[in-house]
Design a protein around this ligand. Structure first.
Ligand code: F6P
Length: 549
């Protein structure tokens, strides 16, 4: 193993400037992990150019023959029946999916997720499986069917009216209903049963995704004690006092501590989880190594900043910057010299869409020289529309856009273009490439991949990213113009500065950010977790052997 790891390393490692470490690689363990960790701590820094190829090689070298199972609520491919009876394929607007899908294409394995499309049942085999991507299969999608009641209680209820507002500081009150909690528990158990049924061996690596499955790690652990369970929480974790209002706080923490490794986007979220555990659970906490031991079993708590594939697949089919601008201007009826600012996301109250529009109003009020010279295009994908808070956000946004357009607009120009529909990746990248400014002003966000996608889309090294200090991405993309999204007046001044920024400064900032996104791409995100998993599995093997002696 050491010889093969050495060969692996010699083919992989490149000398580069050191990047700040997320803290994911701890010393000790396998030759690969140990050498990597040693190298990373050196001042001259060495890092791997992570790609599908290097990730596959990591698996082959460090985890030969391993079985990978991913579990998420959202599926990567949705089949819908159109009005004319044909079946259309939809790729969902989900940061989780856009991050994990390229990883699964590279690693293979089984992805277990809820079947949510109107033609999903017509496209699976008798075991509810299908090979994906449909055009060029590389892994298996196993769909799980939920009833309307299960979806209402699990997805809309506890996940999105309870945990979502609890974990995001956006001042929307979480709702905790006992019936939702029961549905949440039952759906977690249903997925645990499917994981056990799909597992072909007693020690798979299971990647549990997100807040829909806080109880799943413990349920899997009970059924498959030798599994390596890596849970990734894609949203923030609040401080202990805030988390403490959840009536089922102990069960949630206990469920998550069934994991071998529990990952968050930032160290702050890890610290918040450890503090919550300290408050509510009898456990042993090792803050130095970032671990919690509950009933004799240790869980590592680690930051793994999620990212996007590099280069992004959607970029390959894009035209030149000039042609993207022409297409967007023609579609929106804009003059050739009109400057364009964009915001692109799901219609969610955490994204700060209303405050951003208010900042456009402030811009036009405080900096009237921008009247008739700039438009703000807000592309918003309808999301969770069954829930009151989301329905209200959408109607408030329409009203606010109309009011701002009425206050500032002219017969030929309206400052805000609110486009409420799903945009596919091709359209999203076209908008990014047409933009002078991209605004990501989330009130709170685990990471926010839109910010990284914008940076990746600009191979011309032009454009300005305005980024909320309350998005995890702000820790890595520090050359963005960082804003407090609650301060609309200050945000308006930043918009004006962005519109005035010289091209040389745009280039200098984007260059640095593009380096970060390229180096810290999604393959690195997955690799960090798999390296930690390999190290733990090796240590467990040694422990098992020595206890036999
Ligand atoms: O960030 C959490 C997350 O689960 C991401 O996958 C994604 O951006 C979003 O929420 C998707 O939400 P939903 O699956 O509810 O549409």
């Amino acid at each position: 193993m050491i010889a093969s790891a050495a060969a692996f390393l010699s083919g992989l490692w490149h000398r580069q400037d050191a990047l700040p470490d997320s803290g994911a690689a701890a010393p000790g363990g396998s030759a690969f992990a140990r050498q990597r960790s040693d190298h990373r701590s050196a001042t001259d820094g060495i890092y791997v150019e992570w790609s599908p190829k290097t990730l596959s090689r990591l698996l082959a070298e460090e985890l030969p023959g391993v079985e990978i199972i991913v579990v998420s609520n959202r599926e990567p491919y949705i089949h819908n029946r159109a009005d004319d009876g044909t079946i259309a394929l939809q790729l969902p607007a989900s940061g989780l999916v856009s991050a994990l899908e390229p990883v699964m294409r590279s690693c293979g394995g089984t992805w277990i997720a809820q079947g949510s499309g109107s033609a999903d049942r017509d496209t699976v085999d008798e075991h509810d499986r299908l090979s994906v991507p449909p055009a060029n299969p590389e892994y298996t999608l196993r769909r799980v069917w939920l009833s309307e009641e299960e979806i209402d209680g699990h997805y809309y209820g506890f996940s999105n009216e309870g945990l979502w507002p609890l974990c995001h500081t956006a001042f929307v009150r979480p709702l905790f209903r006992a019936d939702d909690w029961e549905a949440y528990r039952a759906v977690n158990q249903k997925f645990a049963d499917v994981v056990v049924a799909e597992a072909g061996r007693e020690d798979p690596i299971i990647l549990v995704q997100d807040y829909h499955f806080a109880l799943l790690p413990r349920m899997i652990r009970n059924a498959l004690p030798k599994a390596t369970i890596i849970t990734f929480w894609h949203i923030p974790w609040p401080n202990g006092e805030t988390f403490g209002i959840c009536p089922w706080r102990e069960e949630i923490i206990d469920g998550l501590l069934g994991s071998t490794v529990l990952g968050f986007h930032t160290r702050q979220h890890c610290n918040n989880f450890i503090d919550s555990t300290d408050r509510f659970m009898e456990s042993r906490i090792d803050r130095e190594h970032g671990s919690v031991t509950l009933r004799g079993r240790e869980t590592l708590i680690r930051p793994y900043p999620i990212s996007i594939e590099w280069p992004p697949a959607a970029l390959a089919t894009q035209g030149t910057i000039a042609s993207c601008r022409r297409a967007v201007r023609a579609r929106l009826g804009l003059a050739d010299d009109m400057r364009i600012a964009v915001g692109i996301e799901r219609f969610d109250y955490t994204k700060g869409i209303l405050d951003r529009m208010a900042a456009v109003h402030d811009l036009l009020t405080q900096h009237p020289e921008w009247k008739e010279r700039v438009v703000f295009v807000q592309a918003a994908a309808p999301s969770r529309t069954k829930l009151g808070a989301y329905e209200k956000l959408q109607s408030d946004a329409i009203r606010l856009a109309d009011a701002i357009n009425a206050a500032h607009g002219t017969a030929d120009w309206k400052p805000i273009h609110l486009v409420i529909r799903h945009h596919d990746q091709r359209e999203v990248y076209e908008l990014f490439r047409a933009a002078d400014v991209c605004v990501v002003s989330s009130l709170h966000d685990g990471m926010n991949l839109v910010a990284k996608e914008f940076v990746a889309s600009r191979d011309d090294e032009r454009g300005v990213l305005v980024l909320s200090s309350f998005a995890g991405a702000a820790r890595e993309l520090s050359e963005a113009l960082i804003v407090n999204p609650y301060d609309t007046r200050a945000m308006a001044d930043v918009f004006a500065a962005a519109l005035r920024m010289p091209e040389t400064e745009q280039r200098d900032r984007l260059r640095l950010m593009r380096d970060v996104v390229r180096q810290r791409n999604v393959y690195r995100w997955a690799a960090q977790m798999l390296i930690d998993a390999a190290r733990i599995r090796r240590r467990e093997t040694i422990q098992a052997l020595s206890s036999e002696d």
